[in-house]
Ligand binder design. Structure first.
Ligand code: G6P
Length: 615
């Protein structure tokens, strides 16, 4: 959370920094600011509470120019969202610093620096780092050396970018626990929390590794690793185009991303299926060797990604016959876990930078797992780099804070993993034909088309959403592998429309939530064709008998039809194993339309951020 941009060029960088902030706004949007060193070698700063547009207005009123600068969009951790707490933080009006992460020993450092005469003007942990670097700069007279000495004293997580007006040719940045990339231009350099921020100026990136410190000058970069040794890091070419970061004709990124699903599901499957099976190479050479040894699977993730893991548990136990556990990362990482022999540790993450998930992986690496695998959407992210194996979802950049296409591509990748585990666990001859696998491969191929058909329900769902705009609560029901889909539907609705929503396995209704049901409580159910649908129908009757208003997304073969107190929308017929992927789509559209009716900020809901790189 929080987005950082830095730039050093021969041209004025203010507009580059501002555009970078706009592209990073998904990471945090409660305040923003920029600082540049102007032609008189003086530091200037503009900050504002609220979104980047506010600081843009400030800049229009009071323009500033410079060829070296840093900028930041904030998601508050220490101190309320306010101009005083907005970054960049200055020290003695000479040095400016932006930070993403949390400095855990900031109080101790603050008291020391206060005694040394530094005056604090914010409640942030970041300001201590600015003063600390400044103090060390006084002594060392070199910004790189000062930052290097300062980070030795920091406990916690950080991505930092620092400038000093006395060194107008130097941008120093460092990372530990929070992401940072360097953008390589022609005679200019940039840094940012995410390459997306810099696609306007470059498509060549260096992904800094944990503990790296980089010094950028106009024509070269120098990187020191965590041991202080000079290292070379690869320059990677961005392969994903620039369009993904634009809304195009869509009103919101979320709507665009919902509608991209047919294409990105197809991209996630591309090159990974043969006629009747998942290609053995789909998961990489290491997986081919390791998967036959897997006797248990532990999945760890956060938020929407966690829901994808919950679906996968049903698949892995049913189709591969391997025990599977799923846990949210923030719990898992602090628990004393018992690791079974030959257990595979799997993380799921859109960003690959979620602090809790990353910490869980690091913990797991010490805990005796057979190997680690990440299913992730961002190449070069920390999870991808630190896992033994990775399976990339091909969702492309996801900007809307509420995750949509990342979730359905995660599910698709998880089904590929399930089938690879099934083959590894069950077939003594790895080339044997497996009719069920062949059936599922065929169903997977049809998935993008079915997703397209499902999205055609958009207008009907928009109409349905009118019944929700005045409601304060909603209940989502599902059974089996659709219980996590109900959870995901409820999460989407609360994230973007601020309607309190809960999800239950429909069989639990009678053990409590039924007490809440009356005509003010819309109940949304997903009813695909599966073994549990008759039981679900009985649960729906329990709701109707209490006057509850039902909204059901159903397979036509369930024979669920609209009647008084029950609206039904039919989805295309789909293989029951793949149904969780398809049934997610109408729930995404429903939340979207309810949020639009309520007039909330769909892409940047209050208090949330897309990439949670703090604990
Ligand atoms: C945040 C986002 C969610 C996301 C979760 C996990 O809470 O708002 O949309 O599901 O982080 O993120 P990850 O990048 O690890 O999937």
């Amino acid at each position: 959370m929080c987005g950082i941009v830095g730039a050093l060029a021969e041209r004025n960088v203010t507009a580059i920094l501002l555009e970078g902030l706009k592209r990073l706004e998904y990471r945090g949007y409660d305040s923003a600011g920029l600082a540049v060193v102007n032609k008189d070698q003086q530091l200037q700063r503009r900050r504002a509470q609220g979104k980047v547009a506010e600081v843009e207005k400030r800049l229009e009123a009071e323009p500033m120019k410079g060829h070296l600068g840093v900028a930041h969009t904030r998601w508050a951790t220490h101190g309320v969202p306010s101009e005083a707490n907005a970054h960049p933080h200055l020290s003695s009006d000479e040095l400016a610093l932006v930070h993403n992460g949390i400095i855990e020993n900031y109080l101790e450092l603050k008291s020391r620096l206060t005694k040394a005469g530094y005056r604090f003007t914010s409640d942030t942990d970041t300001e201590v780092v600015a003063h600390l670097v400044h103090q060390l700069y006084q002594e060392k007279q070199d910004l790189t050396v000062a930052v290097e000495a300062a980070i030795q004293q920091l406990e916690g997580a950080y991505a930092l970018a620092v400038i000093h007006q006395d060194q107008p040719q130097k941008l120093v940045c460092a990372r530990k626990g929070s992401p940072l990339v360097i953008g390589v231009g022609m005679g200019e350099y940039f840094c940012a929390s995410d390459p997306l921020a810099l696609l306007q100026v470059t498509d060549r990136f260096i992904y800094l590794e944990e503990g790296d410190l980089a010094t950028l000058t106009l024509d070269q970069h120098a990187i020191l690793d965590r041991q202080g040794q000079a290292v070379e890091r690869e320059i990677c070419q961005w392969q994903h185009g620039n369009q993904a970061a634009e809304k195009g004709s869509y009103k919101h990124f979320m709507l665009k991303e919902i509608h991209e699903q047919p294409a990105v599901l197809a991209a996630t499957l591309e090159g990974r299926l043969s006629d009747r099976r998942v290609l053995p190479q789909a998961l990489g050479a290491k997986a081919m060797e390791l998967l036959p040894r897997v006797k248990q699977v532990q999945i760890v993730a956060c938020g929407t990604s966690y829901h994808a893991g919950m679906v996968a548990r049903y698949w892995i136990e049913k189709l591969a016959g391997i025990p599977c556990q799923v846990e949210v990362a923030s719990e898992y990482r602090y628990r004393e876990v018992v690791v079974a022999e030959n257990a595979l540790f799997v993380t799921l993450s859109q960003s690959g930078e979620t602090a809790d998930t990353l910490a869980a992986l690091r913990f797991a690496k010490e805990a005796g797992y057979l190997a680690s695998l990440t299913i992730c959407n961002v190449p070069g992210s920390s999870l991808v780099r630190e896992s033994d194996m990775s399976l990339m979802t091909q969702a492309g950049p996801e900007i809307g804070v509420a995750s949509t296409k990342a979730f359905t591509t995660q599910l698709t990748a998880l089904l590929l993993l399930t089938l690879a585990l099934r083959r590894a666990a069950q077939a003594s001859n790895q080339d044997a034909d497996d009719p069920l696998e062949a059936e599922l491969v065929e169903a997977l191929r049809a998935l993008p088309r079915l997703a397209e058909e499902t999205l055609q329900l958009d207008a009907e769902i928009e109409k349905l959403s009118e019944d929700f705009a005045e409601k304060h609560h909603a209940l989502f029901l599902g059974r089996g592998s659709h219980f996590p889909i109900a959870l995901e539907g409820a999460l989407k609705l609360k994230e973007i429309s601020y309607i309190h929503a809960e999800a239950y396995p429909a069989g639990e209704l009678k053990h409590g939530p039924l007490a809440l049901v009356d005509k003010e409580m819309p109940v949304i159910a997903v009813a695909p064709r599966d073994d549990l649908v008759d039981k679900l129908k009985s649960n729906l009757q329990e709701v109707r008998a209490r006057g509850g208003e039902l909204f059901v997304f159903a397979d036509p073969v369930t024979l669920l039809e609209p009647e008084e107190g029950m609206q039904v929308l039919h989805l295309p017929e789909v293989h029951e194993v793949l149904a969780p992927i398809l049934y997610t789509l109408p729930l995404q559209l429903l939340s979207y339309h309810v949020a639009v009716l309520k007039g909330t900020d769909v892409d940047q809901p209050r208090n949330l951020a897309k990439s949670v790189t703090v604990e």
